[in-house]
Structure formats: structure tokens, C-alpha cells
Design a binder for this molecule. Structure first.
Ligand code: CAA
Length: 392
């Protein structure tokens, strides 16, 4: 299907970035939200992104104005009967999604593709809220959605290959990189980020020093620390996603106690100007913190849980080795993909490190069966000339 016009439901942080991306590539966009205040907020967010693009010299003021004029927003269903694709970006609440998909199924033309930006619910389940299961697909964007170049494409059990092909082609036309991933809780990127964010909160419970924990991530080359990332994405969003991971995968995703405390206290991050870091404060990392032995342990804990989860995803065929690497670099700005990173580090080093951390901190560090097998059989990664990449 040739996608010419698009509808967005939900104009929050993610939805606004999606609206801006679509309009910036010349697509007419209809978006809806539940009240005028939220509609205005979305327009303001989109305008802010355009203002920044003009300031950075990426667009002229005139071009920005033209692209803004492609956007129609409101609380009604106007325009949704014409669109070829709808992207749902409402809060992660299954009842809300049920109502939205039920409505879309009723008002959208036959043949329109209905995509969900869910990060945690099953696409197959969401598809059952419609009478067009084969036209429902997962299109999972990453925050900030106008910046991050990955979109995970997820098929439900009945999604048609033509629908998948159409959305993959469409993502390419938006300058994004689509990566097909298997349907499972957290899909791919959120599995690695989820366990990493949990680890950061466990550290915070032990250490109580956000700057040190974030610095431990910066030291391994992550673009921002996990606690800063949580403030950016919203702790309620991450809590919801990580709870789903726990329900599906069990104890290695056990939630730090701090999570529910933060939710109860309303410390949801930048959107409420209250998170791990103080209200609205622009956080500046210290110039340089020497990487001492303690900081190195924190860095290794963050890195090893992510690499281990990446290897689990490879073993479960969530995606190929090269796509796992590509997705994590594009969706979470990891400096190297987790599979090649593990091969470079040495699978024996990773395996032994995980075993040590398992003894100290518990089951969440349990090495993946594939890692154990390869490390014990002498497939040690780059240094032995054979490792995970031979499975690519
Ligand atoms: N909140 C919102 N937007 C932010 C931000 C923040 N805390 N920090 C930076 N940005 C925006 C900036 O406003 C800027 O936007 P414009 O292009 O419109 O001006 C853009 O990001 C680039 O900013 P900078 O030039 O300052 O670039 P940077 O080099 O500092 O990079 C970053 C910023 C892109 C956010 C980078 O730090 C990064 O890639 N971080 C990792 C992000 C990540 O992991 N995202 C995935 C989260 S998980 C998810 O989204 C899935 C889910 O289901 C919840």
C-alpha cells in the first residue's frame, strides 16, 4: 500500500515527535487527543522542534511554516476516514488501547493500516480489538522520536507480509531505519534498556549517588546515564515496560523497590519537572571523574547485564546478530552493538564476570545458556577468531 496520509492518536512526548517527523517529510498528518489542552500541548511541542531546526539552520522559517500547515489536530475524528496509516501513541493502558483500536477499526477506511507504538503489550492482542487483525502491526519508536533513527517493526500472529512491507518502506521514506523483531515482551531494545535501568536503580538503592551511576554509563560510551534517560523517557513508562518484562521473563527482571516509591511520590521525570534529578534542572556531568576500581565495577554491572540480555535475544532469534547490533546503536545510541561488543570483550571475560556478579548480586546476572556454551567450548570472540558473530 502506498501511504500518503497518516493519522496519529495521542499527542504526548512520543506522539508529538512522530507528528513532527511525518510533517517534516511532507506527509499530511491528522492527530487527535482527548482534550483541547493536550492538543495545544502537542502543537507547542511540534513548534518547538521546528523552531530548533530553524535555529540550527536545517530549515528556513518559511519551510517550517509550510510543514506545520500539513498538521491538523483536534479532539474529533476529522480526517481519520482518509488516512492510509494510523499510528497509535496513547498511554500504556490496555483498556485505553482497546477503545482506541475499536474506534479506529470503525472510522478508518478498509485497507488502512493500524500501527501501535506500544512498548510492552502484545501486538497480537491489540489486533484482536479490531476486525482487521492482518492489518495491525507494531511500529515502536524511540525517544526523542524525531531524533532516534530506529523503528522496531513487530508482526502479530496474523499481520500480513504486505502490511509489514508497506510500513518498512514507509519508515525508509522518513529517514528511519526499520528493524524487524520477533514479538515478545520488550521486543529487542527495551529488553536491554530495561535490565540496564533496573540495575541502575539497584545501584541507587545501594549507593545513593545518581551522578556516579550515570558517570559509570558515560565511561563505557553511553550517550547519557540511565538515570538521566529515565528522567527523559518518564519513570512511569519504564516502570510499566519493566513490569511486563518481569511478568514474562521472571526473576531476572525483578523490579527494584525504588521504582514503586518513585511512582508513588510522582517522581516521573522531566515531564513533571521532578525525577531523579531536581525539578527541571539542566544536569551537567562533572568534567571528569577518574575511573577508579569502584566506578569500573559499576560500569561493568551496567554493561554486562545489557550484553547478556543481547545474547539471550540472539539465542531466542528476536533478531539476527547484525540487526541486534544495528538496533541498539540506532535506538539507544550504544557506541557498539552488544553482540560485537561481547565478542570484542571476550566471551570468557563476560561469562566469568557475570558469574562473579551473580554470586554477589543475584540471579539477574545468570549467564545466558548460549554464552555459557560458547565460552566453555572455547569460542571466546575476536581473540579466538570465533564467537557470537559466527552465528550471524
Ligand atoms: N529530552 C528531550 N529531548 C532531548 C533531551 C531530553 N532530555 N536531550 C536532548 N534532546 C533533544 C534535543 O532537544 C535535540 O532536539 P532538536 O534536534 O529538536 O533540537 C536533540 O535531542 C539532539 O540534542 P543534542 O544536539 O543536545 O544532542 P545530544 O548529542 O546531546 O543527544 C540524545 C541527545 C539524542 C537524547 C542522546 O543523548 C541519546 O541518544 N540518548 C539515548 C536516548 C535513548 O536511549 N533513547 C531510547 C529510550 S527508550 C524508548 O524510547 C523506548 C520506549 O519504549 C520508552
Amino acid at each position: 500500500m502506498d501511504i500518503k496520509q497518516v493519522g496519529i492518536v495521542g499527542g504526548g512526548i512520543m506522539g508529538a515527535g512522530i507528528v513532527q517527523t511525518l510533517s517534516s517529510f511532507g506527509y499530511p498528518v491528522y492527530f487527535k487527543d482527548v482534550n483541547d489542552q493536550l492538543v495545544d500541548k502537542c502543537f507547542m511541542q511540534v513548534e518547538k522542534i521546528y523552531e530548533s531546526a530553524v535555529k540550527k539552520g536545517k530549515l528556513t522559517g518559511e519551510q517550517a511554516k509550510e510543514r506545520l500547515s500539513l498538521i491538523k489536530g483536534g479532539t474529533d475524528d476529522k480526517g481519520f476516514d482518509q488516512v492510509d496509516l494510523v499510528i497509535e501513541a496513547v498511554p500504556e493502558n490496555l483498556e485505553i488501547k482497546r477503545q482506541v483500536f475499536h474506534l479506529l477499526d470503525r472510522i478508518c477506511k478498509q485497507g488502512a493500516i493500524l500501527a501501535t507504538n506500544t512498548s510492552s503489550f502484545s501486538v497480537s492482542r491489540i489486533a484482536t480489538f479490531t476486525s482487521r487483525n492482518s492489518q495491525v502491526v507494531g511500529m515502536h519508536w524511540f525517544n526523542p522520536s524525531h531524533v532516534m533513527r530506529l523503528i522496531e517493526i513487530v508482526s502479530g500472529v496474523e499481520t500480513s507480509p504486505e502490511v509489514v512491507e508497506s510500513v518498512i518502506d514507509f519508515c525508509g521514506r522518513l529517514g528511519k531505519n526499520p528493524v524487524q523483531v520477533k514479538e515478545c515482551a520488550g521486543f529487542l531494545v527495551n529488553r536491554l534498556l530495561g535490565i540496564y535501568m533496573n540495575e541502575a536503580l539497584f545501584m541507587l538503592e545501594e549507593e545513593g549517588t545518581p551522578i556516579l551511576i550515570d558517570q559509570a554509563a558515560i565511561n563505557i560510551g553511553m550517550p547519557m546515564g540511565p538515570l538521566m534517560l529515565g528522567d527523559m523517557v518518564g519513570w512511569d513508562v519504564i516502570y510499566h515496560s519493566n513490569r511486563t518484562l518481569y511478568e514474562e521473563y521472571g526473576t531476572r527482571f525483578a523490579l527494584p523497590k525504588l521504582f514503586s516509591k518513585m511512582i508513588e511520590e510522582g517522581k516521573l521525570g522531566q515531564k513533571v519537572k521532578n525525577g531523579i534529578y531536581p525539578a527541571g534542572q539542566e544536569f551537567v556531568y562533572p568534567e571528569h571523574i577518574e575511573s577508579d576500581a569502584h566506578l569500573q565495577v559499576l560500569s561493568n554491572r551496567l554493561l554486562f547485564v545489557m550484553l547478556n540480555e543481547g545474547i539471550r535475544c540472539l539465542e531466542e532469534k528476536v533478531a539476527s546478530a547484525s540487526n541486534i547490533d544495528r538496533a541498539l546503536q540506532l535506538g539507544a545510541a550504544m557506541p557498539k552493538g552488544p553482540i560485537s561488543w561481547a565478542d570484542e570483550l571476550g566471551l570468557d571475560i563476560l561469562f566469568q564476570g557475570l558469574e562473579r556478579f551473580k554470586a554477589m548480586y543475584g540471579e539477574r546476572f545468570w549467564p545466558s545458556p548460549l554464552l555459557r556454551r560458547l565460552a566453555q567450548a572455547g569460542y571466546l570472540g575476536n581473540k579466538s577468531g570465533k564467537g557470537l558473530s559466527i552465528l550471524a
